[in-house]
Write a protein that binds this ligand. Structure first.
Ligand code: NCD
Length: 304
């Protein structure tokens, strides 16, 4: 039995197979409409979510399976003091696969040790978010027809942004990738990530403005300042509008730049950018459903 806790739990070949399956599902969704009939997905969300939880549920329903779960810790026995591992042991008696989101880093890993069924990390605190990364990889591959040889700019809250951490881990394994990390000094990528990049000899630069690097970028991955992870509101207010991408800032960008965002957006991208053909954040949303279909089917059938 396999889990997906960290994106590097899967080899590059395994990821490519999931992306291939996701592409086939987009091309012919009807062919997969009943393939998981009788199977149950549980979504255990101890933290808020729109896209991740609903895309998991939509994915399972699109494969003919069923879903159950909860969307906040308040409506689960966690509010009575039940431990996470007891909750997971229990739910793994009711479902064939579990997608869970939790505010504590490492919670899905702890859960996977007691689970009778595959666990998917749907976001653990400010740590990792591997299924958003599958969505991002699928989007980049569909847009660029490759996942290697490009300059990837990541902008915003690189400290607490879990999608950024997982995406760097995944893209680092493809050839010819270099990263431009755009953030205020307070929100730089954690040191363990830059150390890993340095150790592996992967080129990266840390800068404070997007203007200075815009012409070089093949991908610009914008992120929200993660208010819920801040220790005090004053720091959040000071930093929240550091970056606002607008049409003016895109004047020097490449014609085939891909502008990405895991969403939800607050202020980081002006709605005036939405109609720019380079804006692919709503395509990401759609890809997220299909790549999760591919992931669930793979964990339940091919990796079981
Ligand atoms: C992200 C998350 O939850 O980490 N959202 C998502 O899953 N699409 C990004 C965010 O909340 O800013």
């Amino acid at each position: 039995m396999r889990h997906l806790i960290d994106i590097t739990d899967f080899t590059v070949e395994e990821i490519n197979r999931i992306l291939d399956l996701g592409d086939s599902m987009i091309a012919d969704p009807a062919a997969y409409r009943t393939c998981l009939s009788g199977r149950i997905l549980a979504t255990l969300f101890f933290e808020p979510s729109t896209r991740t939880r609903l895309s998991f549920e939509s994915a399972m329903l699109s494969l003919g399976g069923s879903v159950l779960g909860f969307s906040s810790a308040d409506s689960s026995s966690a509010s009575k003091g039940e431990s996470l591992t007891d909750t997971i042991r229990t739910v793994s008696c009711y479902a064939d696969i579990i997608a869970m989101r939790h505010p504590k880093e490492g919670a899905p890993m702890a859960g996977s040790m007691k689970s009778l069924v595959p666990i998917i990390n749907a976001g653990d605190g400010g740590h990792n978010h591997p299924t958003q990364t599958l969505t991002d990889l699928m989007t980049i591959r569909r847009e660029k027809k490759r996942l290697d040889h490009m300059v990837v700019g990541l902008c915003g809250d690189l400290k607490f942004g879990r999608t950024v951490h997982s995406l760097i881990g995944a893209m680092s394994r493809y050839e010819g990738i270099s990263f431009v990390l755009i953030s205020p000094p307070e929100l730089k990528v954690p040191a363990y990530i830059t150390k890993e990049l340095a150790d592996k000899g992967i080129p990266f630069r840390e800068v404070e403005t997007m203007e200075e690097v815009m012409p070089e970028l093949d991908v610009l991955y914008m992120t929200r300042v993660q208010r819920e992870r801040f220790f005090n509101e004053a720091d959040y207010i000071r930093l929240k509008d550091t970056y606002i991408l607008d049409p003016d800032k895109l004047r020097t960008a490449k014609a085939d730049l891909s502008i990405m965002h895991p969403l939800p957006r607050v202020n980081e991208i002006s709605t005036k950018v939405d109609d720019d053909p380079r804006a692919v954040y709503f395509k990401q949303v759609r890809n997220g459903r299909f790549v999760r279909m591919a992931l669930i089917k793979t964990l339940l059938e091919d990796m079981a």
